[in-house]
Design a protein around this ligand. Structure first.
Ligand code: ADP
Length: 257
């Protein structure tokens, strides 16, 4: 069985998705930006959210991490509803880590501190253990020599790889990526995508908002295409790219490919 086929048996014996989004409605003021969204992400699955700007991809991703509240429907992680606040919410965000377009590193902390602070605070990991793990993760993302640097001394691609190491340090069950390469110069995009592809190959559960079609083709188990706050298509990448079913997906692909 490949990692992407792994599923967690639920109490009733059925496969329970790691992340389940069910009938979600989201408004900003009077403006409904998510309409009745259903989306399951199984353990080990890589789901790429595609769609035109403004279609609700980022908002959906942020709802899963409870950076946005929802006005209808439910979101569960491992069968449990999202906690609303406090330590439980901090633990959710450790279990379901998020990598942002703008990195969001602590500017006045070293790279090493950026990676160790979360495990020490949220998981209660001892400093020595957190540092050992952080150094191993920095090596894994190709930044072994940068532990004592400040974020501003690094390129955008390096900062984003620190952000990925920081999320991994929490030993997450799943990672959300919100346009992780959109703020990067073209020559730095691949160094971040390579790390993401290796995570996907190792069986990390990932929900990824991106405009990188090459990544979607290569790493996604499933492409979910959104338009106007709705999920319009959901298919394996070869099917979505090779034979999109709707005119909206065809129109989108004709512009981006
Ligand atoms: P995408 O990620 O597909 O580009 P977004 O989720 O960013 O789409 O946005 C979906 C819609 O929600 C857009 O119409 C956007 O203008 C609106 N929106 C996003 N964030 C906010 C916000 N904080 N306040 C008000 N409207 C927002």
């Amino acid at each position: 069985m490949t990692p992407s086929q792994e599923t967690r048996p639920a109490a009733d014996g059925a496969a329970e998705p790691l992340i389940r989004v069910s009938g979600v409605q989201k408004y900003f003021g009077d403006h409904q930006v998510l309409h009745d969204i259903d989306l399951d992400v199984r353990a080990g699955e890589v789901v790429v959210l595609l769609g035109p700007s403004g279609s609700g991809k980022t908002t959906l991703c942020r709802c899963v991490n409870r950076l946005e509240t929802i006005e209808g429907g439910t979101i569960t992680v491992n069968g449990a509803p999202l906690p609303e606040e406090g330590r439980a919410l901090a633990r959710l965000r450790a279990d379901v880590g998020m990598v942002f377009q703008s990195f969001n590193l602590f500017a006045h902390k070293s790279v090493l501190d950026n990676v160790t602070l979360g495990p020490m605070k949220v998981r209660g990991t001892a400093r020595a253990e957190a540092e050992e793990r952080a150094r191993a993760l920095l090596e894994r993302v190709g930044l072994a020599g940068k532990a004592s640097a400040r974020p501003a001394q690094l390129s955008g691609g390096q900062q984003q790889r620190v952000a990925i190491a920081r999320a991994l340090a929490m030993e997450p069950k799943a990672l959300l990526f919100d346009e992780p390469t959109s703020a990067l110069d073209p020559e730095m995009i691949n160094e971040v995508l390579d790390v993401m592809v290796s995570l996907a190959d190792e069986g990390m559960t990932m929900l990824v908002v991106t405009h990188e079609m090459g990544f979607a083709r290569r790493a996604a188990d499933r492409v979910v295409f959104m338009d106007g706050g709705r999920i319009v298509e959901s298919a394996p990448p070869e099917e979505f790219f090779g034979d999109p079913r709707t005119d909206r997906a065809k129109g989108f692909l004709s512009k981006v490919l």
